[in-house]
Design a protein around this ligand. Structure first.
Ligand code: UT7
Length: 370
């Protein structure tokens, strides 16, 4: 038996106990949201990212096009958000299609066959259907017949929730190969008459193959997830669930579209991402100088800059691609990670932090030693 200070898993015995996760509970008060950071208790199986890939629709929607839909301007959008264009799915193109293309790219890089995948986790709030899960749809499309499959709903933090969940299954020795996806088709829940939201959103998918390795000190070395359900009404889709099922009335009232209190979210976003980064750095027992690149959720360039300022981290080491894809929710951090890797911003040995916040409200991050 292994015992960790403050560790809820400390009494577990038997297979998998050699890679228990040590969780540290953060204090809870107004300015200090509750969250748990975790890192391996003892050297055991680590979760490494063996391949990444992304896919976005070919259709580009520019700010100029949005000027024709709502009372906005390219200047306002660029100055207030940093966004210049976003991608929009074609008719008949669904979340599972984008996820499939992204997954195949990640699997190619990781030289992984569909049969090798033990688990598929898809972070999304705009899956093909409410059920079955988009992970199950993807499992079938891939022919990943040996994989269990599930979706994770954590708003824009979806990919990070999914990735940290994958890490736990690897650390416990349950699975060896996990496909983690972040995918959204936000254009289908966007109110194209609401200038407060429609200029911000885009469609896309990213995927990572996560594998077990006995090599210590590499891979996802720390993770932190948090949530504050009292802030749910700041960003939500009112209808379509069982509380307000689809009716002619719900459609007339435009209740199936995403609604957001942008100003309220802005402040929480900056604070929660800044705190998450600081805690992750502590949990990984590194310093900010050791961090080669922070890859934050791409919701607003001003949020990213404010976060960097709050933690005194240079923007040169913060990855931004918001100008090309806008906010693709669950997909932003994994699309950005793939782009960062494939443009040479990350090399072996680098410490990289992914951090996000989103509907729920949720927040979370991981430290990866590349
Ligand atoms: O992925 C996670 C979820 N989402 C977010 O993280 C979004 C967080 N919030 C934000 O990014 C920003 O709050 C927004 C981009 C949504 C809004 O920017 P803002 O600087 O906070 O603008 P505001 O809401 O304070 O509005 C300022 C003005 C208002 O006009 P008045 O009242 O000053 O006359 C708005 O009506 O800008 C107006 N406005 C626009 N004007 C042109 C709002 N949206 C637009 C628009 N084009 N698209």
């Amino acid at each position: 038996m292994r015992t960790c200070y403050n560790c809820p898993l400390s009494e577990i015995k038997g297979p998998g106990a050699s890679s228990l996760i040590h969780s540290v509970t953060a204090p809870r008060n107004e300015s200090e949201p509750v969250a748990k950071s975790s890192q391996p208790c003892k050297p055991g199986l680590s979760a490494v990212i063996a391949g990444t890939g992304f896919d976005v629709p070919t259709r580009v929607m520019t700010n100029a096009e949005l000027e024709k839909l709502v009372n906005t301007s390219d200047q306002w959008i660029v100055e207030r958000t940093g966004m210049k264009e976003r991608r929009i799915v074609a008719d008949g193109q669904n979340a599972s299609d984008l996820a499939l293309a992204a997954a195949q790219r990640a699997m190619d890089e990781a030289k992984t066959n569909p049969e090798e995948i033990d688990l598929i986790i898809v972070g999304t709030v705009t899956g093909d259907m409410l059920f079955p899960s988009t992970a199950c749809v993807l499992q079938h499309k891939l022919g990943a017949t040996n994989a269990a499959a599930m979706d994770v709903s954590a708003g824009c933090t979806g990919f990070i929730y999914a990735l940290d969940t994958a890490r736990q299954f690897i650390a416990t020795g349950t699975y060896r190969t996990i496909l983690v996806v972040g995918v959204e088709v936000l254009s289908r829940i966007t109110d194209w008459t609401d200038r407060g939201t429609c200029v911000l959103l885009g469609d896309g998918a990213g995927a990572a193959i996560v594998k077990a390795t006995a090599e210590n000190g590499r891979g996802i070395i720390a993770g932190l997830l948090g949530a504050d359900g009292s802030r749910g009404p700041d960003l939500y889709q009112p209808a379509g669930g069982t509380q307000i099922p689809a009716t002619i009335e719900s459609v007339k009232q435009r209740l199936h579209y995403l609604r957001m209190n942008g100003n309220a979210i802005f402040k929480v976003a900056v604070r929660s991402m800044a705190r998450t980064v600081k805690r992750l750095i502590d949990a990984a027992r590194i310093t900010a100088d050791d961090v080669k690149l922070i890859i934050p959720h791409q919701a607003n360039l001003r949020i990213i800059e404010a976060m960097a300022k709050l933690i005194r981290f240079p923007m040169e080491r913060v990855f931004v691609n918001i100008q090309k894809y806008a906010n693709t929710s669950s997909a932003t951090t994994i699309i950005a990670l793939d782009e960062a890797r494939k443009t040479g911003r990350i090399v072996a040995g680098d410490f990289v932090i992914l951090v996000a916040f989103g509907a729920g409200l949720t927040w979370g991050g991981v430290v990866i030693r590349w």
